[in-house]
Write a protein that binds this ligand. Structure first.
Ligand code: GSH
Length: 269
């Protein structure tokens, strides 16, 4: 299995359109951990040769637009993507975590990509749209992204969902003309934004506004976990929790490294 070196944003977009699981390694030549993690993904590629999984290397600084879009803050970072959507994320040179997540997702990918008969392009598109719609419990098809909406209707929808503290994923239909036109036919809805909950179309902005006014929308939407609850969960994840820069094997700041050293010496870890 080969690992694709991505040179342009266009090349990355093309890889996202393919079926199966895509593992993207956002890296930089100057970071030695990235070189080590390239060996890890080459080995993973060999182990998963028969599965529907592709690997690519993305030079994070050269493809700054892509890095910005996926909020890449440090290298190495790994995104596991299916149907153009991020399904898992691994930050740092954590080979065990990466291997675990890739194998779990690869098992799922091989189940969904199992097509017994040859299919038409229309069937392929419909399968892709269905996967996209179901890639999150609450899925918004919009113009632009929640941080940078590119039309007033989409912006107002984001404001409404944020006001209701909804937990949602989004897809930028301006990034994919096939999805933009295909979804209109698939769902028999001619405009964007389009909001789906549990794979079912709820509607566009006018419908959402009406449902908000009646209070119906809030009760249907999955809600974001409150920061306080999230922090509590993290703090209580293990009897001894260290919040640090980097990980145990590769601390990324001197203070974190020293603390790990002390804990190792005391036999706590
Ligand atoms: N009243 C509509 C407004 C949405 C709308 O008119 N969207 C237009 C302009 S952003 C659209 O998506 N047109 C089709 C396209 O651009 O492909 C709603 O309730 O969502």
């Amino acid at each position: 299995m080969s690992v694709t070196k991505v040179a342009t944003e266009q090349e990355f977009t093309e890889l996202l359109k393919k079926d199966g699981l895509l593992v993207a390694h956002f890296m930089a030549d100057w970071a030695p951990q990235c070189g080590q993690m390239n060996d890890v993904i080459t080995e993973l590629g060999k182990q998963l040769e028969l599965k529907d999984v592709r690997f690519c290397i993305v030079p994070a600084e050269d493809l700054s637009e892509v890095s910005l879009k996926y909020k890449i803050a440090a290298v190495p970072t790994f995104l596991l993507l299916r149907g153009g959507q991020v399904v898992e994320r691994v930050e740092g040179a954590n080979a065990a975590d990466l291997t675990n997540k890739v194998k779990t997702q690869a098992a799922k990918a091989s189940l969904v990509s199992c097509t017994p008969t040859a299919s038409t392009p229309e069937q392929d598109l419909n399968t892709r749209l269905k996967k996209l719609i179901n890639s999150s419990k609450c899925m918004l098809f919009m113009k632009g992204s929640p941080d940078a909406p590119r039309c007033g209707f989409s912006r107002t929808t984001i404001e409404l969902l944020n006001k209701l503290e909804a937990d949602y994923s989004s897809f930028d239909i301006l990034s994919d003309e096939e999805v933009r036109q295909g979804l209109k036919t698939y769902s028999n809805w001619p405009t964007y934004p389009q909001l789906y909950i549990d794979g079912e179309l709820v509607g566009g902005l006018d419908i959402l506004r009406e449902m908000d006014a009646s209070g119906e929308l809030s009760s249907m939407l999955p809600k974001k976990q409150k920061l306080e609850d999230r922090l509590k969960m993290l703090i209580n994840k293990a009897p001894l929790m260290v919040f640090m820069k980097g990980d145990r094997e590769a601390p990324r700041c001197g203070f974190s490294k020293t603390m790990i050293g002390i804990l190792n010496d005391t036999g706590c870890m």
